[in-house]
Design a protein around this ligand. Structure first.
Ligand code: XMP
Length: 506
């Protein structure tokens, strides 16, 4: 049986990060809403309680019945630590002002299993508005910082621990060590979750699940669907047919290049040029959500028409990954932007869904891709939105605007490769603004368009910083774009982070 750690989500921004850090320890884990602990599941070896935007004494705070897992090791992080302490008879109070940022462990108990291998005065990351002021009976303090007396605690007679700081955050210097101490030593993980183990077990499962059935899959050129296709191709070969739709809003020459890559991988792939349809349906449409809806619906039409030609297909495979599925506790309940996929199709066509990557985080998908021998440039490709350049052209879309944007984007991306910057950023792209301004070229006055360059660093696209690209690089790219892309006479660099901005402009 595959061991797993359960992470109960109380709505923290960093819950997914906890999951990724546990996976980095070659240990399988599942993130579940705080009230969905899988009672009776014997493969669970330990539980982690996440942070939360709530205070434990808030009447609407998320509450969990701790007795459900009283037989297991537990690690409470921030709210998780406060919640355990509070419900078992300790005390939690507001700290007066929110503590946010770096702190140092002034004292810690080196003999505690949680701190095995720790160096003194280790840096930790704090983010809390409440603090534990008294521990329940049977618990003792095992670390403190200058401002926080109970920075960590443990129960006397059971493997239950709480930390006020965030070991999952990279600013906590020995966070990985702490999580390893908990997951490996305290919970007893065998650390057998690895890309090669995943490929081996998934191949077996796919062969069993699919038998001799025919499967169709929509390729986007992105990492997830490409890895999914390669994995399936290994498992069932020619019974897999891939469909790659060109909506005309891809990067310059992307359709041809990616198609060639896919053929090189031995995939059975049908490329469909549907750009005329998309351009005509998008004509005159400037509203961002409407553009997204038209592209989403158009994509399904084209995909369905192609898929129907494969009359005996039984399955639709998708490169859905774990973060797409995690039932995150969206406290506000608001949709910021609609994302598109081939929703609705399986029911309509009576197809069963096959999602072999559904348990993987993005970095794990990349590692699986490497394990499968895929070329590095496919694996390291930046994320690109499904609606493509449509959400990078502000206002309505025409072929001419797409041409301008593709040319500028091509110069930018090639520049990033040339300067060794491509792999240092999470994603980059050019945005065409609905703004014209005056310039001068030679002796001529110009009145042309403006483009904005965007590059961000991120670990999961949930938050992102604008990338601090070198001025010399920006100068070179700006010159090259203005000198070579007809229709552009001004280049800006986007210095907004997410939040409050988003990565894409629409
Ligand atoms: P935002 O703009 O919301 O983007 O900060 C977060 C990440 O998602 C990508 N993105 C999309 N990907 N279909 C996709 O497959 C979409 O409709 C879509 N919209 C945004 C975006 O490029 C970034 O990586």
């Amino acid at each position: 049986m595959r061991q797993k750690v359960i992470i109960l989500d109380f709505g923290s921004q960093t819950t997914q990060l906890i999951g990724r850090r546990v996976r980095e320890l070659n240990t399988f884990c599942e993130i579940l809403p705080y009230n969905k602990f899988p009672v009776g599941d014997e493969s669970v070896i330990g539980v982690i309680l996440s942070g939360s935007p709530y205070s434990v004494y808030d009447p609407t705070a998320f509450k969990v019945d701790l007795t459900q897992f009283s037989h297991l090791p537990v690690l409470g992080i921030c709210y998780g630590a406060q919640y355990m302490s509070y419900t078992m008879g300790g005390n939690v109070e507001p700290c007066g002002k929110r503590e946010y940022g770096r702190a140092r462990l002034e004292t810690f108990e080196p003999d505690s299993p949680l701190f095995k291998g720790f160096e003194s005065r280790s840096q930790v990351w704090m983010s809390h508005g409440d603090t534990i002021t008294a521990l329940p009976k049977g618990f003792r303090r095992i670390a403190s910082t200058e401002d926080v007396e109970y920075a960590a605690y443990q129960a006397q007679d059971k493997p239950v621990y709480g930390v006020q700081f965030h070991p999952e955050v990279y600013h906590t210097a020995q966070g990985t060590q702490l999580l390893r101490n908990f997951v490996v030593d305290i919970c007893g993980s065998r650390q057998d979750w690895s890309p090669s183990a995943f490929v081996e077990s998934t191949m077996k499962e796919l062969k069993k699940q699919l038998g001799d059935d025919k499967v169709i899959l929509g390729l986007s050129g992105g990492v997830d669907s490409s890895v999914c296709a390669t994995l399936l191709n290994r498992a069932i070969g020619k019974n897999l047919t891939c469909i790659f739709v060109d909506h005309g809003l891809l990067r310059k020459n992307e359709f041809q290049n990616v198609l060639r890559d896919y053929e090189g991988l031995g995939l059975n792939v049908i490329g469909v040029d549907a750009s005329d349809k998309f351009f005509s349906e998008l004509s005159g449409v400037a509203e961002p959500e409407l553009k997204r809806k038209i592209i989403g619906a158009g994509f399904i039409d084209v995909f369905e028409a192609e898929a129907l030609k494969i009359t005996d297909a039984r399955w639709l495979a998708q490169g859905t990954i774990y973060p797409d599925r995690i039932e995150s506790l969206n406290i506000t309940g608001k949709t910021i932007k609609s994302h598109h996929n081939v929703g609705g199709l399986p029911e309509k066509m009576n197809l069963k869904l096959c999602e072999p990557l559904k348990w993987l985080f993005k970095d794990e998908v990349r590692r699986v891709g490497r394990e499968l021998g895929m070329p590095e440039h496919l694996i390291k490709r930046h994320p690109f939105p499904g609606p493509g350049l449509a959400v990078r052209i502000l206002g309505d879309i025409t072929r001419e605007k797409v041409r301008i944007l593709q040319d500028a984007d091509d110069i930018y991306i090639r520049g990033l490769h040339k300067w060794g910057l491509y792999d240092k950023v999470w994603q980059a792209g050019v945005i065409l603004l609905p703004v014209k301004s005056v310039g001068v070229m030679g002796d001529e006055r110009t009145y042309e368009r403006t483009v904005a360059l965007r590059a961000v660093t991120s670990t999961d696209a949930m938050t992102a910083d604008w990338a601090h690209l070198p001025y010399e690089f920006l100068a070179e790219v700006s010159n090259e774009i203005i000198n070579n892309v007809k229709g552009v006479n001004r280049v800006c660099y986007d210095i907004s982070s997410k939040p409050p901005s988003t990565i894409e402009w629409e």
